[in-house]
Design a protein around this ligand. Structure first.
Ligand code: NAP
Length: 280
């Protein structure tokens, strides 16, 4: 599994991680899949207080119980809990559900009505108290990122976790370049379109299959490699079957040629800049 530098962190993180949205639907399979993922190097585990109203964090706790130190553990605070006091309490509650004493990364899930400076003050306190190692944001457009940096300065925001897949390339207009220029990692969520992966018989699906075949890879592996073509980017597919986890981990070493990347680019056009950043 390839690993690369993750924004301001002083450690390399595997390019492919594991999502946990809706894992509570198939709890036992999901825990087994997460553990299999860890075995295969998918040690970036992404969860959130929102997922299953805390149930996803409880399942992650089961999956990582005896191997916490292997994991790059990420959780998120909901915007309605992002005031100074509520964020401190939300983090404590996540730590309790996750049965751990610290998070490696804590994110503001999306921007709400609480002032950013209040949330970021809570994050700074959590870092100082050793409850979180670093913090970042999610679903932030370039203007939000600019405002965030104006509040805390450069070198504080570890990542921006954003919607990014073959059918939704909006971040390429402003967010990706901004993050590259400011040393902020980009984590692609819903990398398979959250269940809307291009059908094999579609025009784009056929291009993906042709490219993948040149590497004895699968279309999904080619799609992950395409998402990971930018330095500083990561992907967190969610999978609740061992076969899916194995397939996803198998993309961890795959690097596509410039001409193959260009073919995929053409088959899944960038589109015009949207007025607001798409989110799920
Ligand atoms: N920050 C945010 O606002 C935000 C928003 C959405 C998501 N996220 C994070 O990003 C993670 C991933 O996004 P997502 O869950 O929306 O969707 P996704 O990862 O794009 O897609 C998940 C779906 O793809 C299937 N799948 C995974 N690997 C597969 C494979 N190799 N072959 C065939 N099917 C496969 C899964 O099936 P099985 O489960 O049956 O294996 C599941 O139905 C989330 O779980 C969450 O941690 C963050």
């Amino acid at each position: 599994m390839r690993a690369r530098s993750f924004g301001l962190l002083d450690r390399a993180i595997p390019v492919i991680g594991q999502g946990t949205w809706l894992i509570e639907k198939t709890p036992d399979a999901a825990v087994a899949a997460l553990r299999q993922g860890l075995d295969l190097g998918l040690t970036h585990v992404d969860t959130a207080e929102m997922y299953g109203s805390g149930e996803a964090e409880r399942l992650v706790a089961r999956a990582i119980a005896d191997r916490r130190d292997e994991v790059f553990l990420v959780s998120k605070v909901m915007p309605q809990n992002a005031s100074y006091r509520s964020a401190l309490a939300a983090c404590e509650a996540s730590l309790r559900r996750l049965k751990t004493d610290r998070l490696d990364l804590y994110l503001l899930h999306w921007r709400g009505s609480v002032l950013l400076e209040e949330t970021f003050r809570a994050f700074a306190r959590l870092v100082a108290d050793g409850k979180i190692r670093a913090w970042g944001v999610s679903n932030f457009d370039a203007d939000d990122l600019e405002e965030a940096v104006s509040l805390v300065g450069e070198g504080q925001i570890a990542c921006n976790q954003v919607l990014y897949h073959l059918g939704e390339r909006a971040i390429e207009h402003r967010v990706l370049p901004w993050c590259a220029a400011h040393g902020v990692a980009v984590v692609a969520y819903s990398p398979f379109g959250s269940g809307r992966f291009p059908a094999g018989r579609s025009a784009g699906g056929r291009v993906l299959a042709d490219v993948a075949a040149r590497y004895q890879a699968t279309p999904r592996q080619a799609a992950l490699a395409w998402l990971l073509r930018h330095d500083g980017s990561f992907a967190i597919p969610k999978a609740s079957s061992l076969a899916h986890v194995e397939e996803n981990a198998g993309a961890g070493e795959l690097v596509l040629s410039e001409s193959d990347l260009a073919m995929i680019d053409l088959a899944f056009p960038l589109g015009k800049p949207p007025k607001t950043l798409p989110i799920i």
